[in-house]
Design a protein around this ligand. Sequence first.
Ligand code: E4P
Length: 219
Amino acid sequence: MKFFVDTADVDEIRDLAATGLVDGVTTNPSLVAKEGRDFFEVLQQICAFVKGPVSAEVTALETDKMIAEGRRLAQIADNIVVKVPMTFDGLKACKTLTGEGTMVNVTLCFSANQALLAAKASATFVSPFVGRLDDIGQDGMELIGEIRMIFDQYDTFDTKILVASIRGPNQVKDAAMLGADVATIPPKVLRSLINHPLTDKGLKLFLDDWQKTGQSILK
Ligand code: E4P
């Protein structure tokens, strides 16, 4: 499973990318607004060091305007993925943009039928939002299982399942167990995957014992 980082914070992405764990990035209008920076400048900076897919969302609602915005965003770098909403107009824009060779991420997916539509519109990625489904008392991971099952029935579907709206580490594990192609993970959650109290305890024990030897590795 690939790891994308779900943020528009360039410094945070750069720091996480140094681990080699970052296969791509997703942004959305809310994440861009949070940074209070120029959208194009942020995307240019990210694409300068992240070579995997970087999602940038259109804000128009009509197909023609979405396509125009998508074309403009796609000019930023070869690895830009144009994000369009799961609407009738969005699906039409998806079909056109993918036909032009642009990667497209159909976002705000909340049902298996919506994911099926994205695949039939030749989306590169479809983004089911698991956290927001959990927020309203539905089971986000159940949806991932359903979409995986559907996509696996048809060789003609190339659309990747991009698990979005992740709130915690267990959702990353569950997405991997269900065979999702990508999880887009908020930086805080990605960092939390590293932690385990027994790792901290074990490390302290090793270092305490090493201290007793009076040795140092670097002279
Ligand atoms: C996905 O591409 C979205 O940016 C994101 O995962 C939304 O997550 P949220 O529900 O935490 O806002």
